[in-house]
Design a protein around this ligand. Structure first.
Ligand SMILES: Nc1ncnc2c1ncn2[C@@H]1O[C@H](COP(=O)(O)OP(=O)(O)O)[C@@H](O)[C@H]1O
Ligand SMILES: [Mg+2]
Length: 385
């Protein structure tokens, strides 16, 4: 119990006591250094920088041990709730270090065989995965979407005992993100899985992300489809049985389930369709009570989503199109990246929206390009609304 309390203090935003600052330490792929030794060196580095300004990442180190074993040290997520970067006195904060190495393997496919046909039923990553590195930071939202999701799922995971599955405690972790296509819902699910794996690494040694391919599953009808779904979830159950793993099941675009049901009702699909949908829903109900499972779902349509699904979601979050300010921030980070790789050369100075505000949007040599970017972002936002 003491351990759980310790975890909670680290993971939840602190209200009364010193605020918590999370530091993600990316250990190099080939490094076999002990996490404790790395943490000790990182603490020394942080002690030399008592005040930081918002999120900050170190990628170069004077100390040879850090240079050899560590790719980056990043103060993260301090800007999730604050509108602008705030000065942070590390000495007055509870600093929590999360050391992680990335799995470079890429996804593996779970295929299900049905007579002569093979269908790719799911893709599977071991987290934290190289593929999703930086994804969380690249996603920009106007409201506190990211911090709400992170806080909610972290709390529910930490409040349940790692080793006790329960039907009694209503701490279900079924998340539904809905909204127009292209607003980052699928990306956010994957980024959240990666973030939680790193954040909770003292409790779960690694993460598993299984993305169920709804399209292939529901676009092909076999007499045995229901059984195939059961077989796939049996594989997922094997992953869940390892209580050191945090298991994320992503069911993207759940509206394909609804479509299957409706087609069935209209008589245009055989009744196998409904059997498959029901099999999936039953399996979700079965696995969601396990305390190391998070079910992530998305839907591109908001109004017609299957009630069976809406009812199952414990947290529903609408993800809308980005505002002009968010579009500006996305473009700015893309341009910075292109200049860093020297695809855009020579480097141009770009101001943030906050900096533009501070100079009263006055045009001069320094602000010219940023003002143009701000104009483009506003046009884009108007075009979408
Ligand atoms: N708010 C956002 N901030 C940054 N990138 C975004 C945002 N929304 C979408 N994207 C980018 O657009 C692409 C499509 O996103 P995706 O997750 O497939 O959207 P959806 O699942 O909502 O259709 C991805 O490359 C994603 O990173
Ligand atoms: Mg999507």
């Amino acid at each position: 119990m003491d351990e759980a309390v310790g975890d909670l203090k680290q993971a939840l935003p602190c209200v009364a006591e010193a605020p918590t600052v999370h530091v993600e330490v990316h250990q190099r792929g080939g490094s076999t250094a002990k996490q404790e030794d790395i943490k000790q060196s990182v603490r020394k580095l942080l002690n030399r920088h008592s005040i930081v300004f918002g999120d900050y990442t170190w990628t170069e180190f004077d100390e040879p041990f850090l240079a050899r074993h560590v790719q980056s040290v990043a103060i993260v997520d301090t800007e999730l709730k604050a509108k602008d970067p705030q000065p942070i006195d590390l000495g007055a904060c509870t600093v929590v270090l999360h050391v992680f190495q990335l799995n470079e393997g890429g996804p593996s496919s779970e295929t299900l065989e049905e007579e002569s046909e093979n269908i790719t039923a799911a893709s599977h990553w071991v987290l934290p995965a190289a593929e999703f590195h930086g994804l969380w930071d690249s996603l920009v939202y106007d409201v506190e979407v990211k911090s709400h999701l992170l806080d909610y799922v972290t709390t529910t995971l930490l409040f349940s005992d790692k080793n006790v599955d329960s039907n009694l405690i209503a701490w279900n972790r079924v998340v539904l993100l809905h909204g127009p296509p292209g607003t980052g819902k699928t990306s956010l699910c994957k980024a959240l899985a990666q973030k939680l794996t790193i954040r909770l690494s003292s409790r779960y040694r690694y993460g598993q992300l299984i993305e169920i391919n709804s399209h292939s599953l529901f676009s092909k009808w076999f007499s045995e489809s229901g059984k195939l779904v059961t077989k796939m979830f049996q594989k997922i159950q094997d992953l869940i049985d390892d209580k050191d793993a945090l298991v994320f099941v992503l069911i993207d675009e759940v509206e394909s389930l609804t479509a299957a049901r409706n087609a069935c009702r209209a008589g245009t699909e055989p009744s196998d369709a409904i059997r498959v949908v029901n099999a999936v829903l039953t399996q979700i109900d079965r696995i969601k009570r396990h305390c190391n499972v998070v079910i992530l779902t998305t839907s591109n349509i908001t109004e017609r989503i299957d009630v069976a699904f809406v009812d199952r979601a414990d947290i529903r979050q609408y993800i809308g199109p980005p505002s002009a300010a968010a579009i500006f921030k996305i473009y700015l980070s893309c341009l910075e990246e292109l200049m860093k790789c020297q695809i855009i050369y020579p480097r141009q100075q770009l101001l943030t929206l906050r900096e533009l505000e501070m100079i009263g949007f006055i045009e001069n040599n320094v602000s010219k390009l940023s003002l143009l970017l701000s104009e483009i972002s506003s046009c884009e936002a108007r075009g979408r609304s």
